[in-house]
Write a protein that binds this ligand. Structure first.
Ligand code: PEP
Length: 280
């Protein structure tokens, strides 16, 4: 196709502007990415026996040794003491799967943040989809659990995600943003305490269906922008994990995305080979 000189200049200018924008976006996300070490977190859920937990811990100690990533395993409350002893001196951190929003008292069945700290936990999952959907935990209760952890120097991992119906009704971001807003409306801008976000589409958890890297990145990017509106520094430092049937065969592509800073892993964390292979 032939262009006159003016159109040609205009096209060159537009091309250059496009390249500049791409360069700025790329270097910004690369800078952020350098700040954010990959976190590979296992969620063992309510699985295992005394024996299987011991042998799984043995495998982790042997294989999860890379210091290029951060490792974390979130155990059942019952096995925390054993896990703490086994993981001592390794690079694998210890977490729990929920925490009470209260400090102590008549809250049968709950575990307080101080109890988790005493048991050696540094991290705790809050708002996992199984808590939200099976046990009907509301955004407000999840937010209260989040601050209970944060205020006791535990790192909360806030899980968010939409169901299949919500995705098909084009409500993904509305749902995810409402779950995040319940926390952000209480968390002041400028708060530098560490916390982690995990985007876990409910339809991808334990189903073998993974969001494509592009689908996941789209939501992670939107979440990062939302955090940016709240506090630019926070947006650069908060790690946003992806969760939903992550395994060694799909981890590389997911981790290559600019805003995916690691994974929250259920099924594949129950095999020390699969879990350690996620870091390859
Ligand atoms: C999870 O439990 O958070 C999870 C993502 O599970 P899975 O990896 O089995 O889908």
């Amino acid at each position: 196709m032939l262009f006159c000189k003016k159109e040609e200049n205009c096209l060159i200018f537009m091309g250059l502007a496009c390249l500049c924008k791409q360069y700025i976006l790329q270097s910004r996300s690369e800078k952020g990415r350098q700040m954010r070490k990959l976190l590979i977190a296992g969620n063992w859920k309510m699985n295992g026996t005394q024996d299987s937990v011991s042998s799984l811990l043995g495998g982790l100690i042997e294989k999860c040794t890379s210091t290029d990533v951060d490792w974390l395993v979130c155990h059942s409350f019952l096995y925390l003491a054993e896990a703490r002893a086994a993981l001592k001196g390794t690079v694998v951190a210890l977490g729990a799967q929920n925490v009470c929003d209260q400090e102590s008292g008549a809250f049968t069945g709950e575990v307080s943040p101080n109890m988790l700290k005493e048991a050696g936990c540094t991290h705790v999952i809050v708002g996992h989809s199984e808590r939200r959907h099976v046990y009907k935990e509301s955004n407000e209760l999840v937010s209260a659990r989040f601050f209970s952890a944060l205020d006791h120097a535990l790192v909360p991992i806030l899980c968010v995600g939409e169901t299949l119906d919500q995705r098909e009704a084009d409500q993904t971001l509305d749902i995810v943003f409402a779950q995040i807003d319940a926390v952000l409306k209480v968390l002041p801008a400028g708060d530098v305490r560490e916390w982690v976000l995990a985007y876990e589409p409910v339809w991808a958890i334990g189903t073998g269906k993974t969001a494509t890297p592009e689908q996941a990145q789209q939501v992670h990017d939107a979440i990062r922008k939302k955090l940016q509106e709240h506090d630019a520094q926070m947006a650069e430092s908060v790690r946003i994990l992806y969760g939903g049937s992550v395994k060694p065969s799909n981890a590389t592509e997911l981790f290559a995305m600019a805003d995916i800073d690691g994974a929250l892993v259920g099924g594949a964390s129950l095999s020390s080979d699969d879990f350690s292979d996620l870091a390859r």
